[in-house]
Design a protein around this ligand. Structure first.
Ligand SMILES: [Zn+2]
Ligand SMILES: [Zn+2]
Length: 438
């Protein structure tokens, strides 16, 4: 590797290793050209004074500033997806047992873990829990590629399957409105008065089933009127919450488009699963624990359609690409259906071509209500702050007395072969406290 020999000869090897280790294993960093200057401000006159720090990308060992790509997908960047998974784990955990600014007493509030599915779009190959064979007459292995694919692709309702995914986010919003209404009704309160007594908060993640339909996993919690730091009223029990969820999910309905004379309406499938979450202290090993729920949600936060259905992890530019791709026929038909529907003027708002690789789903992968717990942004800010603090051990910056002038332009992505080789040779960054390993 001649480039490596050059780096060693120039004495820049330690520098480039330091720069690469700052990426924490990110293999597709964003490269930036530019500069950043930090000035002192004279607190009496308010004038800009001397330069405290100057950074120019040309003087960096890699010749450019390298920034983590922060992609959440494991198939795109394992290191950044791992950071996303950990953050999601902390976010869910904070909402279950407190921490990161959420009070510990949320652990005593009624909480459930609920899974919402899509309705059927036609029979698919499956594994039955009662040990009987699939409708095709075979017993499928767990990793059989035909699982989740239609028994008869000609009659499978691809149009409804794609449009359901495209409306799943809206259906969830409708559900969350109905849920508050159903909780209020059971407490004998008007919807408006409910706010003076209790708050319903949630965190959810979208997951693709093998058949390519999105489903949602959610932690749903009842707090007191001020959120997590106020106790819920006596009537707020996990049973009441479960009952309200079941009714709200059954009622949620979104009117869809009319296509070639057929009017679509979207509802959740009948397979709704709601389970009470117990805190680890009261768990006898049978119940669903906080930790299991958080680990489960976090795992799915880093997966897209590509993992479950063998679809794509990036947008399609031309439909002609589809024929070249090594994907299942079922995934191909779902993508092609989204692409074809995307040509319709009346469906423009669904942006089905841009989201064809997601099988029509354009919602956020993990979302939460404001009061559930901390945000991913807050966790990221905390980490960036910690890194800055580490980098400036010699000098404590006073943010209100400095002025920063920066200009960066996008210069590309990724690492050179040598950089990638060096990056792979670095030790993985140590993890933070208390996370489960995969
Ligand atoms: Zn990355
Ligand atoms: Zn079968």
């Amino acid at each position: 590797m001649p480039e490596l020999a050059n780096l060693a000869a120039q004495g820049t090897l330690p520098g480039i290793l330091r720069q690469l280790s700052g990426l924490g294993g990110c293999t597709h960093p964003i490269r930036l050209d530019g500069h950043r200057t930090e000035y002192d401000i004279d607190t009496t006159t308010g004038e800009i004074g001397r330069i405290l720090q100057h950074l120019d990308s040309t003087s960096l060992p890699a010749g450019q500033l390298l920034v983590r790509c922060n992609n959440r997908r494991t198939t795109r960047c394992p290191a950044c997806a791992e950071v996303y998974r950990r953050d999601t784990f902390h976010l869910i955990t904070a909402g279950l047992r407190g921490g990161k600014g959420t009070p510990e007493q949320v652990g005593t509030h009624p909480r459930v873990f609920a899974t919402f599915t899509a309705p059927g779009f036609g029979p698919v190959h499956n594994r039955r829990t009662d040990g009987r064979p699939c409708r095709c007459g075979l017993h499928h292995d767990q990793d059989d590629d035909t699982l989740g694919t239609p028994l008869n692709p000609d009659t499978y309702d691809y149009e409804a399957a794609v449009l359901w995914n495209a409306h799943a986010g809206q259906l969830w919003r409708r559900f969350s409105i109905y849920l508050r209404r159903e909780v209020a009704k059971r407490a004998g309160l008007s919807q408006r008065r409910l706010r003076d007594h209790a708050r319903v908060s949630f965190a959810k993640v979208a997951e693709y089933q093998r058949r390519g339909a999105v489903h949602f996993h959610a932690v749903i919690r009842i707090d007191g009127p001020e959120g997590g730091n106020t106790p819920p009223p006596a009537w707020a029990t996990a049973d009441l919450l479960t009952d309200a969820i079941e009714t709200a999910a059954a009622k949620a309905r979104v009117d869809g488009p009319t296509i070639d004379g057929r009017t679509h309406t979207f509802t959740f499938g009948s397979q709704l699963d709601v389970r009470t979450i117990r805190s680890a202290d009261f768990n006898d090993g049978q119940e669903l624990t906080e930790r299991a729920v958080a680990a489960y949600i976090a795992k799915y936060a880093t997966k897209g359609a590509e993992t479950a259905t063998g679809a794509l992890d990036r947008p399609l530019k031309f439909v002609a690409e589809l024929a070249q791709l090594d994907i299942s026929d079922h995934a191909r038909t779902l993508i092609r259906t989204a692409w074809t529907l995307g040509a319709r003027k009346s469906l423009e708002h669904l942006r089905l071509r841009a989201w064809a690789h997601m099988l029509g789903f354009r919602g956020h992968f993990s979302t939460k209500s404001r009061r559930y717990s901390t945000t991913l942004g807050a966790l990221r800010d905390a980490r960036a702050e910690w890194r800055r603090a580490q980098a400036a051990t010699a000098r404590t910056p006073q943010p209100e007395t400095t002025y920063v002038l920066a200009h960066w332009v996008f210069a590309g992505t990724g690492l050179s072969d040598t950089e990638a080789w060096l990056s792979a040779s670095l030790e993985p960054a140590p993890g933070t406290e208390g996370e489960p390993t995969r």
